[in-house]
Every structure is written in C-alpha cells, then in structure tokens.
Ligand binder design. Structure first.
Ligand code: ATP
Length: 231
C-alpha cells in the first residue's frame, strides 16, 4: 500500500530509522512492512556509487522492486540514499499510478556526524572518504514545497520518530489523483490507425491546396482545428 521513502546523507541512520518504523507499524497495526533497499540487493556501496551506470542500474532495480511490492495491503519502506530529486519525482509518479499515498522521511545529519558514524561502523559497511564526500556533494536535499517531497518528516539524530504523524499521513490522506502522464492509456479502437491516417491526410491536403494560392502571412484553416495556421 503506502510507500515511505527514506532519504539522507550516507550513513545518516536511514536503516536504523527504517527498522524503527517497521517495528512501530508491526506493533501498532496488522499490516505487513517490506523494507526494500541497498542491503537486500547486496549492493557494494563503494563500487556502485563510484560508477554512474552501476548506480543507475541499482536505482532502477530498487524502483522495480518497489513497484512489485506496492499493493493495496502492505507498507513499503524504500531504504536507500534517494538523494536525486528526479528519482524522488519518478517514485512519486509510480505511487500516483498505483493510487497509493507516500511520505518522505529525511534523516538530517551534519556532514561531521555522518563522517563520525561512518568511521565507527564495521569496515565492511564503511564508505570510503572519497565516495562519502562525493555523495554529500551530489545530495539534493528534499523540499516540502515539491509535491514529490511532501509530506516530509525531517528527523534529527536524537529525535523520537513521529510514528503517529507518519501513520496519519499515510492512512488518513488520499492518494494523489492520477493525471494524464501517470494514467494508463485506454486501448485504442481497432480502426484507430485508419482514423489517424484519414485525418492526417485531410490536414495535409488542406495545407498543400492552400500553398497554391496563399502568400506568406495568410491564415490557413485546418480541418478539425479551431485555430488557423499562419502561412
Ligand atoms: N541516531 C543515531 N545515533 C547514533 N548512532 C547512529 C544513529 N543512527 C545511526 N547511527 C550509527 O550510524 C551507522 C549507520 O547507520 P545506518 O546503517 O542506519 O545508516 P544509513 O544511513 O542507513 O547508512 P547507509 O548510507 O550505508 O545506508 C550505524 O553504525 C549506527 O550505529
């Protein structure tokens, strides 16, 4: 059902918060919670984030996994950096299409705090300083004024997770309505191509005929259109 998108600097506590949220939902509701993230994909961070093509592939796999899991019953938490504005927008289109609500949980830490946590964690889980710095530099902070970053919950390192507010945002709010770009297109009628060809021919004929008698600046009527085109 709803999607929770985690976001934050590398090593900003996203996984920790995602696990906390999972526990809260499991204890307070009877909904299943799926965490989709780098860990489940076995992503080798320092290799993936050093190569834009590999990173793109990982993002696509995560998105596909979210798409498979977002159904009417369960909660999906996407636990990854999600630091690219355009990618968060793509996720927003996905949930619009699936007709389900979403929210963004932003683990806000300073560069220094995340660096300290990174150096204190297991060596196998650490980002190299080079990759860490590059990711901090590339980070596009969420902005609640953007539809795709809203509702936004910003959590600082010592905050208690606002479970009630997050739950209300997901379950007491309607899914964003689909629009032309996210709605499935109706199947075209069987004579669609014939009709399209016929109308295109009519327009071409009208313009070709007008060319014989028009001078630049003349307004040429087009069959089926209310506006004329300037020759
Ligand atoms: N609120 C916190 N207070 C103290 N330490 C924390 C806090 N949150 C996370 N940490 C520490 O930071 C490290 C990374 O935490 P976590 O895996 O949750 O971060 P992450 O943002 O998911 O990392 P990644 O970018 O690798 O996915 C862990 O060692 C954890 O103990």
């Amino acid at each position: 059902m709803p999607l929770i998108v985690m976001c934050g600097y590398p090593c900003s506590g996203k996984t920790r918060r995602a696990e906390e949220l999972k526990l809260c939902f499991e204890q307070n509701t009877d909904r299943k919670v799926h965490i989709v993230g780098d860990a489940a994909l076995g992503v080798e961070k320092n290799t993936v984030y050093a190569d834009s093509q590999k990173e793109k592939n990982v993002r696509a796999s995560l998105k596909a996994e979210v798409e498979r899991k977002v159904n009417k019953g369960d909660i999906v938490i996407l636990d990854s950096l999600n630091y690219i504005k355009g990618y968060r927008y793509e996720l927003f289109c996905l949930i619009k299409h699936a007709q389900t609500p979403q929210c963004l949980v932003y683990c806000l830490t300073s560069d220094e705090v995340s660096t300290t946590w990174n150096t204190n964690r297991d060596a196998a889980e650490q980002y190299t300083q080079e990759i860490f710095d590059a990711l901090v530099l590339r980070f596009e902070a969420p902005d609640s004024r953007n539809r795709w970053d809203s509702p936004l919950f910003t959590i600082l390192k010592d905050d208690t997770i606002p479970f009630e507010d997050i739950s209300d945002a997901l379950f007491k709010r309607k899914a964003p309505p689909p629009n032309q770009s996210t709605q499935s297109q109706p199947l075209s009628s069987s004579n669609f191509l014939y009709e399209l060809d016929k109308i295109t021919q009519e327009v071409l004929m009208a313009i070709c005929n007008a060319q014989k008698t028009s001078v630049p600046g003349d307004l040429v009527p087009v069959p089926g259109a209310t506006e004329k085109i300037s020759f």
